[in-house]
Design a protein around this ligand. Sequence first.
Ligand SMILES: [Zn+2]
Length: 345
Amino acid sequence: MDTELFKKLVSTPGISGREERIRATVMDELKDLVDSVSVDDLGNLVGVRHGKGPKIMLAAHMDSIGFLVSHIDDNGFLRVSPVGGFDPRTLVMQRVVVLGQQDYVGLLAPATKPIHLLDAEDSKRPTKIEDLFIDLMMPAEEVKENVSIGDPVSLLRSPVVTDHAVSAPYLDDRLGVYVLLAALRAASSTEAELCPVISVQEEVGLRGATTSAFGLQPDIGIALDVTIAGDLPGADKTQQVSALGDGAAIGLMDSGSISDPRLVDRFKQVAQQYDINHQLEILPRGGTDAGGIQLSRAGVPVITISIPIRYVHTSNEMAVVSDIEATVDLVARFVEGAHDLELQW
Ligand SMILES: [Zn+2]
């Protein structure tokens, strides 16, 4: 695993709609892996590695969930509006970075009485995002000078990398971006036309994938994303979706798309042929860029290939290295052989 690239991808801010920094980071990595790359009007990075066909769109979203500053009070405390879906329980006392005139570290705290003063009623009330404020640890005047309504806010936590596993905020979907870049590196001879798209605004409704698919008119769409590994204490094994260590997840269905069965078969074949650890996955809630691509123009056959992660949409998303490597392998071997893929019903 390329630890340096991984750390760079998960540590660069880029919430939905404000992807400037992560786009520059990914552009740097992508440009040498394709024949050309451009930024479209919505901000998607669209690369092309020319080939005979079919034209394969490989999408991974660069945007992450986060917040916009929505209010600054007289004492310099900030309130935020969420961009994308959070479980407020996971946010209390996390660190964030506020992108104002400079980057400022903030503490996300609940606007309730301190624990010592809580009565029984208070402690039963669930925390809502509206209850959270950000303490920037600096004088109110300085806050007002340097932070504005609408400034983006990202979760902040140093990535952890061990021989076995990784953890960081924003494996969703920087791990998908990592897999895409690593697979393009690993797949040396490809005859198919490859169009890697590092999409924007996935977390707020697959917006970048939808518009870039319209522009590209691909023959096949593949979304690379993370999926839920529910292999946890207290969880029902019949509903775990996927499990860490069981390899790349071949997506069959989520709430935004049903994978084309011919693509599912091909991915299974490739996995078996190259002895790549894999699992089949059905995600009952949530979707990927495949949902946007599938409905483009007159329709596009799609599939989602995922890396299983635990603790999705928290500061501590976690994956295992062997699954990441299996997913890179699966995507690389698929694109190497994709030129003979003919999807006729
Ligand atoms: Zn995602």
